[in-house]
Design a binder for this molecule. Structure first.
Ligand SMILES: [Zn+2]
Length: 379
């Protein structure tokens, strides 16, 4: 049975069309005295107007194409979960809005056609990775929120600056184009170490955002393994897999230590390795040394040095990865420092300078603690 309604028809099918047109604001559904299942002149006008707006033949007849587009038009972004369904791709105005949004933000969805195809799915995943959301390719509440929230952040920036595909093709000693994954530890129900009125998960989240902002200013593509919206626990292996997927050059995991003894204090940085000879990550060790050095030079945290570990994140990542334990939240001095946003800025700068130093040729190497961010921009 083919859908086909026109002026003069009536019945439940027409009533449904009237409701759809009314929902779109094209028809006054509350008018009195008219049977609500009649295809009258007002419906005819509304259908033609709708067809005009949608690039359909404006003939006033609701055939299969017009009916399908009417059906799609009711979806607003956020009304339903969106994802790539191989057998029966979703289509609708919400898919169109999503594609427009992703395109504005520099993600390649292919054609903006309102059909959720594989390319839209890939672009969505890339966006999610950029936002530190689980890259599941499903547009749900946290992704909708991120899509809305991003507007002011990218205004004035190059829309394609977030494209990881560009970054993957770049190499060399320059910072621009490098990919760095920042991993704020814990998150969701796991708050990490707590003490002195502060939580590890919250502090490292804030620090990660500060590092991310500074890296972006130097042309680095920074990805977070998680955002503040995380609701489930994210294990180390998943974080490592995420880093591998992005093709990152470096991974920085941010943590704050805790101890039953409030005297325990200081910063330490870890890289992959063990006492077994030959198993250590050389770049990881160098990078850990640089981070440790820059933080110690710029802060009054006690130097607890660098150490080799085989923790999951360090082991499962294919690139140089380090884990910074930035002081002890259980130590009043360290906790007071960490609670201060200015202090976190100093640490963020130290970390970004360490990233630069990994790639800086040794003869250009400046004194530890002396390099400032503006020296690095466009370096
Ligand atoms: Zn931790």
């Amino acid at each position: 049975m083919t859908v086909r309604y026109r002026l003069g028809d009536s019945g439940p099918g027409v009533a449904e069309i009237r409701i759809k047109l009314a929902q779109l604001g094209l028809l006054d559904h509350t008018e009195s005295g008219v049977p609500l299942d009649t295809f009258d002149i007002d419906v005819d006008h509304a259908v033609r107007q709708f067809q005009q707006e949608r690039g359909l033949t404006a003939d006033g007849v609701v055939g299969p194409a017009t009916y399908r587009v009417l059906e799609e038009a009711r979806w607003r972004l956020g009304d339903r979960l969106l994802s790539y369904v191989v057998a029966n791709p979703q289509s609708g105005d919400d898919v169109l809005a999503l594609q427009r949004r992703l395109t504005e933000l520099g993600f390649d969805v292919g054609r903006v056609d309102g059909i959720f195809g594989p390319r839209t799915g890939e672009a969505l995943r890339e966006f999610q990775r950029n936002m530190g959301l689980p890259a599941d390719g499903t547009c749900g509440p946290s992704t909708f929120k991120a899509l809305g929230r991003l507007a002011p952040i990218v205004t004035g920036g190059r829309p394609d600056s977030l494209r990881a595909s560009d970054a993957l093709q770049r190499a060399g000693k320059r910072l621009p184009g490098k990919i760095v994954v920042i991993d704020p530890g814990h998150g969701g129900p796991d708050r990490g170490n707590v003490g002195n009125g502060v939580e590890e998960a919250t502090l490292v989240e804030d620090l990660a955002a500060r590092v991310e902002g500074r890296l972006a200013a130097t042309g680095v593509h920074a990805y977070l393994t998680r955002g503040p919206a995380l609701t489930t626990e994210l294990d180390e292996v998943s974080r490592a897999e995420f880093a591998n997927e992005t093709g990152a050059n470096l991974v920085i995991s941010l943590h704050i230590d805790g101890h039953s003894n409030p005297e325990a204090s200081g910063v330490a940085t870890y890289y992959y390795g063990s006492d077994r000879p030959g198993a250590n990550s050389a770049i990881g060790e160098t990078f850990a040394g640089l981070i440790q050095r820059e933080i110690v030079a710029r802060t009054d945290l006690v130097d607890c040095r660098t150490h080799a570990k085989t923790w999951d994140l360090l082991r499962h990542t294919r690139m140089a990865a380090v884990r910074v334990e930035l002081g002890y939240i259980t130590n009043p001095h360290d906790a007071a420092r960490l609670a201060d946003p200015d202090f976190r800025d100093v640490v963020a700068e130290a970390i970004v300078v360490a990233v630069q130093r990994v790639y800086l040729p040794s003869h250009e190497d400046a004194q530890t603690g002396a390099l400032r961010l503006h020296d690095l921009a466009g370096a």
